[in-house]
Ligand binder design. Structure first.
Ligand code: XMP
Length: 433
């Protein structure tokens, strides 16, 4: 193993991630584990140089005092217990900033634990390759490759580690953006020589969604159908024992750890039937989003794939409002492609957090070729946010908006109006459905 590691034991403090990031900022890898880890489990972790136990004042969580197992203190590692005293290391009574925290932790990490500052993406990748090979042996791994950042990076890492023992399944639900499935095939099958099963399930999804107008119903159908298609593909393959997943650290925190409170339930390819239970391979599960991107870059994935904007699982399905029709879906896809192209030309793709188009299910009157037209509007949305809980619109330059409008009017069929959505979140949400 290439990297030294500091283990942070979670006693229910929400600041574990801040500590982990502060240690990593010192150049030392750190991972967070539940408070009830045993000394045996701890000893199985590679290159542990020391332990930081992090809890609230007196380790009280919800009125109950919790602590790590006594054997942890006797396991032979340097231990530092932090909590309320940490608040005093900063300039303010608030939780200290990352650099203040780093300065506070530095003597422990380097002088007491004698850890080496050897955490970088190259070493991380080499370590994960070694761990994956050890876990998987000569067995086969299956991965649902959506083309999103997390699944793409995990695919690239697993290809490096186990090559053709990995089978990637890319399900095109017909609600992808223009060129997206093609990019997945190009990068993974043609460039990285992956074992890639491409399933074009567009017709099947559109069939199931016919005449379904309720947003929640649409989301449920898309989610359930996705699992069904993936399951069918999994059953066609022989001897798969492992399921790769692009789980990253925020997914674990948001789903609730033993001590951290549940925020929302995440299930990527959850919901597979009982007889299709696999062991999970999750090499990115200790990484934060920016680190996942850095990992993708190091693995040689294209910039657009690693830095792409968030895209909802139900895809363009929630941007083609109401009951989806082919004609409106095409209008969403084509107008979105134009928007992305023009934003990239103007450098806004690197500045704006998320931008896309919406086509509602009503028409308005216009003129085309000197005659009355009755066609759909396209709505442009461009927002900035830190955590997607609140969002503000981007004040896009009029000239850019006019260029985009002009192109949409000329190039997208069945459209006679372009609008810009000015609404912040709240009261609006980022997506329209
Ligand atoms: P809202 O519309 O709730 O969106 O303000 C917040 C962020 O979440 C994305 N989003 C989804 N992402 N699956 C996802 O993976 C989904 O079902 C989903 N719905 C919304 C949305 O694009 C925005 O970035």
């Amino acid at each position: 193993m290439k990297q030294d590691m500091i283990v942070i034991l979670d006693l229910g403090s929400t600041e574990n991630t801040v500590i982990a990031r502060a240690v990593r900022a010192l150049g030392v890898y750190s991972e967070i584990y539940p408070h009830d880890i045993t000394a045996d489990e701890l000893k199985k972790l590679p290159n542990v140089k020391g332990i930081i136990i992090n809890g609230g004042p007196n380790h009280i969580v919800d009125g109950v005092r919790i602590d790590v197992l006594p054997e942890i203190y006797e396991a032979g590692y340097p231990v530092m217990s932090v909590g309320h005293e940490l608040a005093k290391c900063g300039n303010t009574p608030e939780w200290p900033a990352e650099d203040e925290l780093g300065a506070f932790l530095k003597p422990f990490v380097f002088d007491v634990c004698k850890a080496e500052a050897n955490w970088n993406m190259k070493n991380f990748i080499e370590d994960q390759i070694e761990l994956v090979r050890k876990q998987v042996g000569d067995k086969k791994v299956l991965l649902a490759l959506s083309g999103g950042v997390d699944s793409s990076v995990v695919a690239a890492l697993l290809i490096r580690a186990i090559g053709k023992q990995l089978t990637c399944v890319h399900v095109n639900h017909g609600l992808m953006r223009k060129g997206e499935s093609e990019a997945v095939i190009e990068v993974f099958r043609n460039q990285l020589d992956a074992n890639l099963v491409y399933v074009d399930a567009s017709e099947r999804f559109l069939g199931k969604l016919e005449n379904v107008a309720d947003p929640e119903q649409k989301r449920k159908i898309i989610g359930a159908e996705f699992i069904r298609v993936f399951e069918e593909e999994a059953r066609k393959l022989d001897g798969i024992e492992f399921l790769g997943q692009g789980t990253i650290y925020p997914d674990i925190v948001e789903s609730g750890t033993k001590t951290a409170k549940m925020v929302k339930s995440h299930h990527n390819v959850g919901g597979l039937p009982e007889d299709l239970q696999f062991q999970l391979v999750e090499p990115l599960k200790q990484l934060f989003k920016d680190e996942v991107r850095a990992c993708g870059v190091e693995l040689g994935l294209p910039y657009e794939m690693v830095y792409r904007q968030p895209f909802p699982g139900p895809g363009l399905g929630v941007r083609c409002l109401g009951a989806i029709t082919r004609e409106r879906l095409e209008a969403v896809r084509e107008s979105d492609a134009i928007l992305r192209e023009e934003f990239a030309k103007a450098g806004l793709d690197k500045k704006v957090w998320q931008y896309f188009t919406i086509v509602p299910d009503f028409k308005s009157v216009g003129v085309r070729d000197n005659a009355r037209s009755f066609e759909y509007p396209v709505i442009i949305r461009a927002v900035n946010t830190v955590d997607a809980m609140t969002a503000k619109i981007e004040l896009v330059d009029w000239e850019i908006l006019l260029t985009i409008t002009d192109r949409i009017m000329k190039e997208v069929k069945n459209v006679n109006r372009v609008c810009y959505d000015l609404s912040p979140k709240p009261n609006a949400t980022i997506e329209w459905e």
